[in-house]
Write a protein that binds this ligand. Structure first.
Ligand SMILES: [Zn+2]
Length: 195
């Protein structure tokens, strides 16, 4: 089963890279090993399009490495705070969706206005800029966890989470595509029609 989980994580990692939601060594993904308080997470400094199952790190709820050659992602504590505060969550994606990040940084509100947008976006949290891996970023994310499944990080990116990895991926894909559609409306000088 661990083998399948690792493959699922690598497939999703490849998807976020192929969709342009991360590039260079950006972003990180984790999943809970079912019915445990241990997790698989991407290693620090790897391109998300190239990660292999054996590159993944197994950690405990304190962030200590149980298995793996490399260091876990620098954002490990941002993942762990979500698992700690929301026990129903089993998968987390942090990516750098370019349009959603730009609109958020410039102070625009991203408004879902299609049926898929309404399903996958729901309530969005937002946090100011804090350096990657900092305790301040973890604290800011913690403050936005209530009722949200997407948190937008100013000058940085986005965090999505759900009970299943594919759903966390859908949320990331949806927030970026909704941001693109919002940008088109803004460029046309139109208000976003809310349904
Ligand atoms: Zn990042």
């Amino acid at each position: 089963m661990i083998k399948l989980l690792k493959q699922e994580l690598c497939d999703t990692s490849r998807l976020i890279y192929d969709r342009g939601l991360v590039w260079c060594t950006g972003g990180n993904i984790s999943i809970r090993i079912p019915h445990t308080n241990t997790f698989l997470i991407t290693p620090s400094g790897f391109n998300k399009g190239l990660i292999k199952p054996n590159d993944l790190i197994t950690i405990n709820a304190s962030g200590e490495t149980l298995e793996g050659r490399d260091k876990p992602s620098i954002e490990v504590n941002m993942h762990l705070i979500v698992y700690q505060e929301k026990p129903e969550i089993n998968a987390i994606i942090h990516a750098h969706p370019p349009v959603a990040t730009t609109l958020t940084t410039l102070g625009f509100i991203i408004i879902p206005f299609t049926p898929e947008g309404k399903i996958f976006i729901e309530k969005i949290g937002r946090v100011d800029y804090f350096p990657a891996g900092s305790p301040e970023l973890v604290k800011a994310v913690k403050s936005q966890l209530r009722d949200t499944n997407i948190i937008l990080l100013k000058n940085h990116g986005a965090l999505t989470f759900d009970h299943a990895l594919l759903n966390a991926y859908y949320r990331m894909e949806e927030i970026e595509n909704t941001a693109k559609m919002n940008l088109i409306a803004y460029n046309l000088g139109k208000k976003i029609p809310i349904i």
